[in-house]
Design a protein around this ligand. Structure first.
Ligand SMILES: [Zn+2]
Length: 431
C-alpha cells in the first residue's frame, strides 16, 4: 500500500462544495480522506502551504497529432505538456492520419496512452468516414473500443441530412456528438474574424454568422431526438444567445464549452500579422468576447477547453493568409482562466475550477473531476499568485505556436498527480 498526504493546502473541489484549508490523503491511487489537520502517516508528504489543491483538470478538446503528424506533437509530448498545465485527462480529436474513424485507430490511442502511463486519454472518433461529411463512421464499434465521443472537429458536417442521421444514431447508441460549428459557404477563404481589424489588415474575414448559423442548426437537429450534443469552442454573441435559449427551453442533453483564448483575447491580436493569432474559430471582436464572458457569468457553459493545436514552425512562418490555424494551450489554460476571469473579477476561482474539472467530467460522463472519497486520485496543485511570462519554446509541447507566448499570466501548476502518483513537480516531469 502506498500513501500520499497533501498537507496545509487550500482545497477547491467544486463537486463537493469544498473551498477551504484542508489536507488530502491518498491511498493506493484513491482519495481516502479530505479533512482538516490529518495526522495520518504517509509514504510521501507534500507541503502545499500557500497553494491551491484541486481535482486534476480535464480538457475536452486537444489535438495530439498521433498517429500521422508526430512532427507536430505526439501522445507523449502532448501528455507531458498537459501535466505541466495541471491537466490529468484529455479528449483527443480524431482529425489524424489515418483519421480515427474506426476501432483500430481508437485502440491504438488507448494502447499508447496505457503504455505512456502519464495522463488519462479519452479518444474521440470521427462522426463521418474520413471526416468527409458524407457517410457515418462505425460509431458503435468505436464506442465499444473506448471512444468517448464522436466529432468531425476541424471541419463541420455541412449536409443537414447527414448531421441529423449522425445525431439520431448517436442518440441510439448513447454517444456524445461534439460539433465544430461552421458554415463553409459563409467562411469561404476567411482567415480571421470579419470586422474592423480584418478590414485594417486587408485580410478576408469569417463572419460571425458562419458560427451562429451552424450552432442554431445543430441545436435544432439535436433537439429533435434529444441527442447528447456538445458544442465545441463557442466564440460568438449569436452562439451565446442560441445556447441560452436552448438551455432555458429545457434541452437537457445540450452542453457547450468555451476555449480559454476566446474569453481572453480579441482579434486585435492579429495586428502585425501575428500568425499565432490565426485559429478557428477566429479570435473575435470585443463585443463578442464580452458576450462570451456574460454567458460564462450566467453559467451557460459546461467547460473551458484549450483546442490545443500544435504546429511545426514553417506552417506558422508562412504569410498570415497561408499559415496554419491553431494555438497550443494545455500549458497555459489554468493561468489564462485565472488571469482573465478570476483576477479580472468576473468569476470566483471555484467557478473556474468547476468548468475545468467536474463540468467537463459530466459532459463526457466519466467518474473524474472530484476529490470525493473513493475517487481516482487525479490532483493538481497550483500557485494561484505566481506571475510568469509564457515562453512557448521552453514548454513541453513540440509546438511553439502559442498565442500567449510573451504574455504575463498569473497562476501556475506546481505539482500534478495522476492515479495517486506524482507525474509533474516544479517544472519537471517525474516518471
Ligand atoms: Zn474545431
Amino acid at each position: 500500500m502506498t500513501t500520499l498526504l497533501i498537507k496545509n493546502g487550500h482545497v477547491i473541489d467544486p463537486a463537493n462544495g469544498i473551498d477551504e484549508a484542508c489536507d488530502v490523503l491518498v491511498n493506493n491511487g484513491i482519495i481516502a480522506k479530505v479533512a482538516k489537520d490529518l495526522k495520518d502517516k504517509a509514504d510521501e508528504t507534500i507541503d502545499a502551504h500557500g497553494l491551491t489543491v484541486t481535482p486534476g483538470l480535464i480538457d475536452l478538446q486537444v489535438h495530439f497529432r498521433e498517429p500521422g503528424r508526430e512532427d507536430r506533437e505526439t501522445l507523449e509530448t502532448g501528455s507531458r505538456a498537459a501535466l505541466a498545465g495541471g491537466i490529468t485527462s484529455v479528449v483527443t480529436m480524431p482529425n489524424l492520419s489515418p483519421v480515427a474513424d474506426n476501432k483500430t485507430v481508437i485502440e491504438f490511442i488507448i494502447k499508447r496512452a496505457t503504455e505512456l502511463d502519464l495522463i488519462n486519454i479519452y479518444p474521440a472518433g470521427a462522426t463521418t468516414k474520413g471526416q468527409n461529411g458524407k457517410l457515418l463512421a462505425e460509431i458503435n464499434e468505436m464506442k465499444n473500443s473506448g471512444a468517448i465521443a464522436i466529432t468531425d472537429d476541424g471541419v463541420d458536417i455541412q449536409n443537414e441530412g447527414v448531421l441529423m442521421r449522425a445525431l439520431e444514431y448517436a442518440k441510439t447508441c448513447d454517444m456524445l456528438l461534439m460539433s465544430h460549428c461552421e458554415t463553409d459557404d459563409l467562411t469561404e477563404d476567411g482567415v480571421m474574424h470579419e470586422g474592423w481589424v480584418s478590414t485594417q489588415l486587408g485580410l478576408p474575414g469569417v463572419p460571425a454568422e458562419s458560427e451562429d448559423l451552424a450552432v442554431v442548426k445543430n441545436i435544432m437537429l439535436g433537439r429533435r431526438c434529444n441527442a447528447r450534443l456538445h458544442l465545441l469552442h463557442n466564440s460568438t454573441a449569436g452562439a451565446v444567445k442560441a445556447i441560452r435559449a436552448a438551455k432555458a427551453d429545457g434541452y437537457k442533453n445540450l452542453t457547450a464549452e468555451v476555449s480559454v483564448q476566446h474569453f481572453a483575447l480579441t482579434d486585435e491580436e492579429c495586428f502585425g500579422y501575428n500568425t499565432n493569432a490565426k485559429m478557428y474559430p477566429p479570435l473575435r471582436s470585443r463585443d463578442h468576447v464580452n458576450a462570451i464572458i456574460a454567458g460564462i457569468k450566467d453559467d451557460l457553459f459546461d467547460a473551458f477547453t484549450t483546442d490545443h493545436a500544435p504546429h511545426i514552425e514553417p506552417d506558422k512562418l508562412a504569410p498570415f493568409a497561408d499559415a496554419a490555424f491553431g494555438s497550443t494551450g494545455v500549458e497555459t489554460s489554468f493561468a489564462v482562466m485565472n488571469t482573465y476571469l478570476v483576477k479580472a473579477g468576473h468569476i470566483p476561482l471555484s467557478k473556474g475550477i468547476e468548468k475545468m474539472t467536474i463540468g467537463p467530467a459530466r459532459v463526457i460522463r466519466v467518474d473524474k473531476g472530484t476529490l470525493s472519497e473513493g475517487a481516482d486520485a487525479d490532483i493538481a496543485i497550483f500557485d494561484t499568485a505566481k506571475e510568469w511570462t509564457v515562453d512557448a519554446k521552453a514548454g513541453f509541447s513540440k509546438g511553439n505556436n502559442c498565442i500567449f507566448d510573451g504574455k504575463t499570466l498569473t497562476g501556475k501548476a506546481v505539482c500534478t498527480i495522476v492515479d495517486g502518483k506524482v507525474k509533474y513537480r516544479d517544472g519537471e516531469i517525474v516518471s
